[in-house]
Design a protein around this ligand. Sequence first.
Ligand SMILES: Cc1cc2nc3c(=O)[nH]c(=O)nc-3n(C[C@H](O)[C@H](O)[C@H](O)COP(=O)(O)OP(=O)(O)OC[C@H]3O[C@@H](n4cnc5c(N)ncnc54)[C@H](O)[C@@H]3O)c2cc1C
Length: 171
Amino acid sequence: MSKCYFGWAKDEGIRERGANGGFVTATLVGALETGLIDVALVVKRGASIYEGIPVLTSDAEVVKECAGSLHAAPLNIARILVRYAKDKRVGVPVKPCDARGIIEQAKRRQLNLDNVFMLGLNCGGTLHPLEMREMVASLFGIHPDAVIKEEIKEGKIILQTAAAERRRSRS
Ligand SMILES: Cc1cc2nc3c(=O)[nH]c(=O)nc-3n(C[C@H](O)[C@H](O)[C@H](O)COP(=O)(O)OP(=O)(O)OC[C@H]3O[C@@H](n4cnc5c(N)ncnc54)[C@H](O)[C@@H]3O)c2cc1C
């Protein structure tokens, strides 16, 4: 019988920044600090919520900065892993498509799975950045660049704008 556990980061900063309590980020930080992995392959927010920049780092502080999920940033994590971290012990949060890509690359001897520590993300799919921009404008009537944060909660997409954040902090 399989067991299910709930977990979150003990560090308050990670917990707040993380998409769902920061368990993934805290695990990567712990793995770096204890030497289980040499590097982490994470994703940093770019100029907007529609852009994700892959970051390969051994710095736990950088991993913390990359906490949070970017739902409209499609990235081929397997390809990046093979190209830049092939011979390193790497910790990497993976969507199901990334995990499948990594396993296929390992079958073709492009990397050694013993060196790859995958942390699975419960991903329902990545949104295309241009379609996301269109959806934000047409469905919600918000300028796509006004969105500073997005999250998916219980199947609902929640958008946060800078103006709403200012109103919230004033009240
Ligand atoms: C594209 C996407 C779709 C998702 N869809 C769902 C969903 O439908 N339902 C659900 O319950 N959960 C979904 N998730 C998972 C959820 O958002 C959280 O990532 C997960 O619950 C872990 O939370 P956490 O606080 O422990 O993660 P965090 O501690 O915030 O760590 C998340 C890690 O993922 C990395 N990351 C961010 N964006 C991407 C990306 N686009 N590709 C690869 N890595 C990335 C970050 O750099 C960070 O290291 C999705 C995640 C992604 C990336």
